[in-house]
Design a protein around this ligand. Structure first.
Ligand code: ADP
Ligand code: MG
Length: 231
């Protein structure tokens, strides 16, 4: 797990506890956690090139070690359909960020594929002072925020425990498919839970991990936003 070790070491060297989305997603990829296609770009020309390589529609987001909540500063632009929209969004993001966070160091912009809307789940990990690495699972949006319909397990988890996590939340029937909602790929969710367990066990310096949201499809899934905070 070379890349992950390298990214964490680099952040430590720079005295950063927060890994940027491109770093967190690179770590996810090394552990086989599916993420949106993405590229880091550092100029308008690079952004356009990356968008053309990834294919439209794309999403642009600010990449800065000082900005954890990217939407709060107008740092996320979704569903950009052509070069013209991409250029305008890039300028808008830079303007927004300068307005809200004048002193933020800007590394660049992450260009990524626009993941089609689907059932959203959240997988998280938090290092509990008593129990150590602990995993969390729930459905996205109101299910987590309002209904608190989430479940926890102390890592490392077995495949059986991962399956229990998925089936024991109240919203589980929605994952199996309901009315016009297609069934979600539960095997992929189980795999992501196991990979996340391995990741946080391999790297005890991870204090917090947040894959939120993960779009789950009938086949496969895509992590749309990934956050990792170090000790
Ligand atoms: P923040 O740092 O504000 O949490 P996110 O990366 O989560 O920024 O983006 C905000 C929201 O935009 C996400 O919760 C999701 O609904 C949407 N979004 C972000 N990236 C994508 C993407 N690649 N495809 C589709 N929707 C996205
Ligand atoms: Mg987010």
């Amino acid at each position: 797990m070379n890349l992950t070790t390298k990214i964490i070491a680099e952040a430590k060297k720079e005295n950063r506890r927060y890994l940027m989305e491109n770093e967190a997603k690179t770590i996810c990829m090394e552990y086989g956690i599916p993420v949106t296609k993405f590229k880091l770009a550092k100029s308008e020309a690079e952004v356009v090139k990356a968008a053309e390589e990834i294919g439209f529609p794309v999403v642009l987001k600010i990449v800065s070690p000082d900005i954890i909540h990217k939407s709060d500063v107008g740092g996320v632009m979704l569903n950009l359909k052509d070069v013209k929209e991409v250029k305008a969004a890039y300028r808008q993001i830079m303007e927004n960020v300068k307005k809200h966070r004048k002193d933020a160091k800007i590394v660049g912009v992450i260009v990524q594929e626009m993941a089609p809307q689907s059932t959203e789940v959240i997988i998280g990990a938090i290092k509990d002072p008593q129990f150590g690495q602990t995993l969390m699972f729930g459905l996205g949006g109101v299910f987590v925020e309002i209904l608190k319909d989430v479940t926890f397990r102390i890592a490392p988890i077995t495949e059986e425990e991962a399956r229990e996590m998925v089936t024991e939340i109240k919203a589980y029937p929605l994952l199996k498919g309901y009315r016009n909602l297609p069934p979600a790929d539960i095997e992929t969710i189980v795999e992501i839970l196991l990979s996340t367990s391995k990741l946080v066990m391999d790297h005890p310096e991870i204090r917090e991990l947040d894959l939120n949201p993960i779009m789950v499809y009938e086949k496969g899934a895509k992590t749309v936003d990934a956050r990792i905070i170090l000790e």
